[in-house]
Design a protein around this ligand. Structure first.
Ligand code: DMJ
Length: 677
């Protein structure tokens, strides 16, 4: 048992527990007292050392918080306070003691590390939500997106903390946090006065604080078949022309080989980011990303349209952020969000249509006192996403106020006039009712916002949507007399039926199907299918196999044709709406017939709109020999038309999973947030 100071313990066989204990005790008693004291001293010294290491590590937490390898401060704080199983010093010792593992093991470890960090974040997140001094949060909260954004929604009540930033404020209070909660107006003023800040601190500082909440990025495989490759080639051809002749400008004029400026925000670049990311065009994405970082400026004193800039630029930046995980895009989106906020300073809360991003002022359009209804109601997906991505509530708050105000207004069976006054907050009397220009995406965003926020029962958004589609069925839907094409007409002056349908309305079949997939009645499905047929016919009826901007429908058998196009309406702007609907039909049903329909149209674009420097809009789709090229490639060709073609032709109809993502009106996917349970 004893051998030169080393102790050897031999356990006899039999009842291991009992015999072992006895034999240990005997061995211990046989040791000289001084040796026993030495052992006790050794054990005590070991325990003291371990205790000292632990508290030392805790004390070191603040100095280590900037390290990339370290857990973000927010999460680590909570872990150390709340999780008794967390042993940072042990992790560190293990990392130091082990030799470099092979790559596969590293990957495993990274996966484990990510999982551990997720667990840590979840605990921190749960703790943050339960803490007394945290902003009270509303109905929806994202908790289960694999890529990321587990963020609370802001409180919609008036008494709310500054910018809603402080779900994490029990961790590390912000310097400029006021002692009293700020109201909506004060939050708005604060954000407008400091467009380069989030909640009173720099973007960098704020994003650092919310690191556990940031997007992780997605992976795409690139084209997997010939049709997808053909779409990628079309994108590359468009991009090459844009780069050569219009780089940094809004749009390309592919015939004159020149640029077209609208807002001076490089629209084609920002609108293309997520398309390139999804297509796996890494080099192109990188050069676009670098342009955004170094050259995209929002401080120019120039009026821009709130809606267009929101869906194209804010939506484009946010989508690029969620897909790539690159926080540069989120910082840019935050600055833009701040600079767009002056639009909401109207007396009614209905935003003005025009904003001067440099001046930080806003006003109604020069030609009218009214904003377009679809424009003020098609900014909510983006503003909400900005709030949830940054954990600053003001954006969602002001945008949701518009939902509430419009909800309160009188409508015709859920249908809205296409103009609304930002000063009075009321619809223009006798304005047209339409699911085309100036009305279209009001209906789209009712459904999509409801999906984005987790599909809450009895939400005003879905109630308004259901009522509106009822109104479409009873007030606007008609069939042609001979061939029974179903179409959606308009109500001029809010009452007189006009059998006119914009190509813009061809987004509706896809949206209706998406709604049906999410529990809307079968009448929506039937309308979706019928309208799909009609929209396809508006392409196939022309010798170019391309649709005109506006189609008319026969009211009686006296009209020569069931569907006809007037000479001034025969243009095609490379618009996406029908391709978008084809995509939803394929993605939600898996029926490849929709791919074939899309392929026919893609080839028509190739034949009639492809030119040396890109793809061009046309003046006349009714004459294949004389299409009268119009010389403009709008950015939605890159953000929507080509993206929807690409996704439509995918072998994987869930390449973008519609359970997890919702496309904004410009084709930019944004994450769906779960309903808080
Ligand atoms: C795009 O900018 C958007 O789809 C918008 O909602 C409607 N118009 C164009 C495309 O046609």
């Amino acid at each position: 048992m004893k051998d030169g100071g080393h102790i050897t313990l031999t356990l006899p066989t039999g009842s291991v527990d009992e015999r072992g204990r006895k034999s240990l005790r005997r061995a211990w008693n046989q040791l000289p007292r001084c040796q026993r004291n030495l052992i006790i001293l050794g054990i005590t010294a070991f325990c003291v050392t371990v205790l000292l290491c632990l508290s030392g590590d805790q004390l070191m937490a603040s100095s280590l918080k900037d390290s990339e390898e370290k857990l973000p401060m927010v999460a680590s704080y909570h872990m150390r306070q709340q999780n008794p199983h967390h042993h940072p010093s042990k992790d560190k010792d293990q990392a130091e003691a082990s030799p470099a593992p092979p790559a596969s093991v590293l990957e495993d470890k990274q996966t484990i590390r990510r999982e551990v960090e997720n667990d840590k974040f979840n605990e921190a997140y749960a703790e943050a939500n339960s803490a007394e001094n945290v902003v009270r949060l509303p109905e929806t909260v994202a908790v289960d997106l694999p890529h990321a954004v587990a963020l609370p929604a802001p409180d919609n009540t008036k008494d709310q903390d500054l910018g809603g930033i402080d779900i994490l404020n029990n961790v590390e209070p912000f310097d400029q946090q006021p002692s009293e909660p700020l109201g909506e107006k004060e939050q708005l003023d604060l954000a407008i006065k400091n467009p380069l800040n989030l909640g009173g601190v720099s973007f960098k500082e704020h994003l650092h604080k919310i690191r556990p909440l940031l997007a992780k990025g997605q992976h795409f495989h690139g084209a997997s078949n010939e049709r997808q490759s053909a779409v990628v080639a079309a994108f590359k051809h468009s991009w090459a022309g844009y780069k050569k002749y219009a780089w940094g400008h809004d749009n390309l004029k592919p015939i004159s080989q020149y640029s077209h400026e609208w807002f001076g925000l490089g629209l084609s670049i920002v609108d293309s980011l997520d398309t390139m990311y999804i297509m796996g065009l890494d080099d192109e994405f990188k050069e676009a990303r670098d342009w955004v970082e170094n050259s995209l400026r929002f401080d120019t004193k120039r009026d821009v349209n709130l809606f267009e800039v929101t869906i194209r630029v804010l939506g484009g930046l946010l989508s690029a952020y969620h897909l790539s995980g690159d926080t540069m895009f989120l910082a840019k989106a935050s600055e833009l969000g701040n600079r767009l906020l002056p639009a909401f300073s109207s007396p009614s809360g209905i935003p003005y249509s025009d904003v001067n991003l440099g001046d930080l002022s806003a006003h109604s359009p020069k030609w009218s006192p009214d904003s377009s209804t679809s424009e003020v109601t098609t900014i909510q997906l983006e503003f909400r996403d900005l709030s949830r991505s940054t954990n600053v509530s003001i954006y969602e708050q002001v945008a949701h106020t518009v939902n509430e105000k419009v909800h309160e207004l009188d409508k015709k069976h859920g249908l809205v006039p296409i103009f609304i006054n930002a000063n009075t907050g009321t619809f223009r009397n006798y304005a047209t009712i339409s699911l085309g220009a100036r009305g279209d995406s009001y209906y789209e965003y009712l459904l999509k916002q409801w999906i984005q926020t987790g599909r809450k029962d009895n939400d005003i958004l879905i109630l308004d949507y259901m009522q509106a589609i009822d109104g479409v069925l009873t007030e606007l839907m008609r069939r042609t007399p001979r061939e029974h094409w179903v179409y959606i007409g308009e109500l001029i002056n809010g009452k007189d039926f006009k059998p006119k349908m914009d190509h813009l309305t061809c987004y509706l079949p896809g949206t209706l199907l998406l709604g049906h997939q999410n529990g809307m009645p079968d009448s929506h499905l039937i309308l979706a299918r019928d309208l799909m047929d009609t929209c396809y016919q508006t392409y196939m009826m022309n010798p170019t196999h391309l649709a005109a901007e506006i189609s008319y429908f026969a009211l009686t058998e006296k009209d020569d044709q069931d569907i006809y196009v007037k000479p001034n309406d025969a243009h095609n702007l490379l618009r996406p709406e029908f391709i978008e609907s084809l995509y939803y039909f394929y993605a939600l049903t898996g029926n490849r017939t929709y791919q074939d329909m899309g392929w026919t149209i893609f080839q028509a674009f190739e034949t009639h709109t492809k030119v040396n420097a890109g793809y061009t809009s046309l003046g006349n789709v009714k004459n294949a020999q004389n299409t009268r090229m119009r010389d403009l490639m709008e950015s939605f060709w890159l953000s929507e038309t080509l993206k929807y073609f690409y996704l439509l032709f995918s072998d994987n109809r869930k390449e973008i999973d519609l359970e997890q993502w919702v496309f904004n009106s410009e084709g930019h996917p944004l994450p769906v947030y779960s309903l808080k349970t």
